[in-house]
Design a protein around this ligand. Structure first.
Ligand SMILES: Nc1nc2c(ncn2[C@@H]2O[C@H](COP(=O)(O)OP(=O)(O)OP(=O)(O)O)[C@@H](O)[C@H]2O)c(=O)[nH]1
Length: 461
């Protein structure tokens, strides 16, 4: 079936791109162009007419892209029409009138995959490229789309095939014990080196997934220390309500932020305190959960009140009384880092440098003093922890799970080999590992993961 979709964004624009893919592309374009089919891959000006009523629809640039040397591998056409809603509707209605069907989300890419134009990791990279909001996300997605992960997974796949070949050989020569034994022994170092490589790939601190989803930053602290003010100052807009009354923020408020190309998801949380009402208690529970799950906790204290004291060291209870509240300072995320942020430094008297420990960042969410230093600290943390997005890395839970399964199967193989397990069982472990690696790129058992992957696309891709 030949499909069509608006491939550019919805809404009014200078130009809109309508894409067509499938066997009837040529015939449809021929009819739309009143019999003047453009030369392949040469953009040409045409007056588009309704194929049956002959009514003029628009003046457009059109491209005729015969398969297989194009995106989907099928015959394709692209229409660059004027981007008004009525123009797009009229052209798309004309395509429906001649029996073409509106594409489902991701259907163009799915067809490209079906025709061997890209593997699953490259298709996922394309989805990420379309969804990339920041420079680092773009780089990571482009590396994946242009085959960095495919190359890595295929290298693993080849090592595994080698090990499988040795085991299969040992089964074929089971009558000749020496040869069988020798072949089997060759499989072990291959499997061992691959298991170690998969282990290393898994121990990446989830950097690819974090960059893809955004680095999660929770702002926590006692009520009224200025958490919402900081969120607004960083976001550059009034995303959260700021009010001179403790307990203003009840729920977690989220904004996305691009700092030097790194994607951050900033969360403002309810002030941590002995909550009186159930609603407040729930707010505090959510605040603690956000801090627990965060990659970075901005533990905020109000530097303008109380006695100056030292922040207790990690794991040390109490310490000297601290100016402001220490509720924020006392929170530690489960796997992320904590930055101590001392707010309201615009209020006299300013805290002496270092009053809150050498690592503290002094800011005024009101006057924006110190915000650049805070942003720089976040960017430094991101680049040291997650890199620049170019090295091939796991970017999805799906990949992590499959690599984990492959590794577990290889470990089972190695344990079995040590324990003198029958070669038939050993071969089964390797096949399991191959299935897992095969699902990564889509070589085997792909149907069950297809829906999930292509569902991430928008219509027209
Ligand atoms: N002088 C000064 N006032 C600030 C600063 N940051 C916040 N404030 C004020 O402190 C009060 C509380 O600010 P919020 O940003 O609502 O504080 P919060 O921590 O989100 O408060 P809760 O929602 O109650 O947890 C408001 O009156 C702000 O204007 C600052 O840097 N300097």
């Amino acid at each position: 079936m030949t499909i069509y979709a608006l491939s550019s964004g919805p809404g009014r624009a200078g130009i809109a791109v309508i894409r067509i893919s499938g066997r009837a592309s040529r015939k449809t374009l021929y009819a739309l162009c009143n019999g003047r089919l453009p030369a392949p891959r040469v953009s040409s000006f045409r007056r588009l007419r309704h194929p049956t009523s002959r009514e003029m629809l628009d003046e457009a640039m059109v491209l005729w892209l015969p398969g297989p040397a194009n995106f989907t591998g099928e015959d394709m056409a692209e229409l660059y029409v004027h981007g008004g809603r009525a123009v797009v509707t009229a052209v798309m209605n004309a395509l429906a009138d001649v029996g073409l069907r509106l594409a489902e989300p991701g259907e163009f890419t799915r067809r490209a995959f079906g025709n061997g134009k890209l593997d699953l990791t490259e298709a996922e990279g394309l989805a990420d490229l379309i969804n990339a909001d920041t420079e680092i996300q773009r780089r990571q997605a482009l590396a994946q789309h242009s085959g960095a992960m495919r190359a890595r997974y295929e290298k693993w796949w080849r090592t595994l095939l080698k090990a499988m070949a040795y085991v299969e050989a040992s089964l074929d020569f089971s009558d000749e014990a020496d040869i069988a034994d020798g072949a089997f022994k060759e499989a072990v170092p291959e499997a061992r080196s691959l298991a170690a490589e998969l282990e290393r790939a898994l121990a990446d601190g989830r950097r690819g997934e974090i960059l893809r989803e955004g680095i999660s930053v929770a702002i926590v602290g006692e009520p009224n220390v200025g958490k919402s003010s900081l969120l607004n100052a960083l976001a550059g807009r009034e995303a959260a309500i700021v009010y001179d009354e403790p307990g203003t923020t009840r729920d977690v408020i989220e904004v996305s932020l691009d700092l030097d190309g790194y994607p951050f998801v900033l969360r403002d949380t309810a002030g941590i305190r002995e909550a009186a009402s159930p609603v407040e208690q729930e707010g505090v529970r959510r605040a603690l959960a956000a801090a627990e799950a965060a990659d970075v906790v901005l533990a905020m204290v109000d530097g303008s009140c109380g006695d100056v004291g030292a922040v207790p060291a990690e794991g040390e209870a109490g310490g000297a009384p601290l100016r402001g509240s220490i509720a924020g300072a006392a929170i530690t995320p489960s796997s992320g880092v904590k930055l101590l942020v001392v707010n309201k430094v615009d209020l006299a008297p300013p805290p002496a440098p270092g009053s809150f420990g050498p690592e503290a960042i002094y800011i005024s969410a009101k006057t924006c003093l110190g915000l650049d230093a805070l942003k720089a600290a976040l960017v430094r943390f991101a680049s040291e922890s997650y890199g620049s997005g170019e090295a091939p890395t796991i970017t999805r839970v799906r990949h992590r799970q499959e690599i984990g399964r492959a590794r577990a199967a290889l470990v089972a193989f190695l344990d079995g080999a040590e324990a003198g397990e029958a070669p038939e069982l050993a071969a089964e472990h390797l096949r399991e590992a191959a299935d897992a690696l095969g699902r990564l790129t889509g070589r085997l058992d792909v149907e069950d993961v297809l829906g999930q992957i292509f569902g991430e696309f928008c219509v027209g891709k």
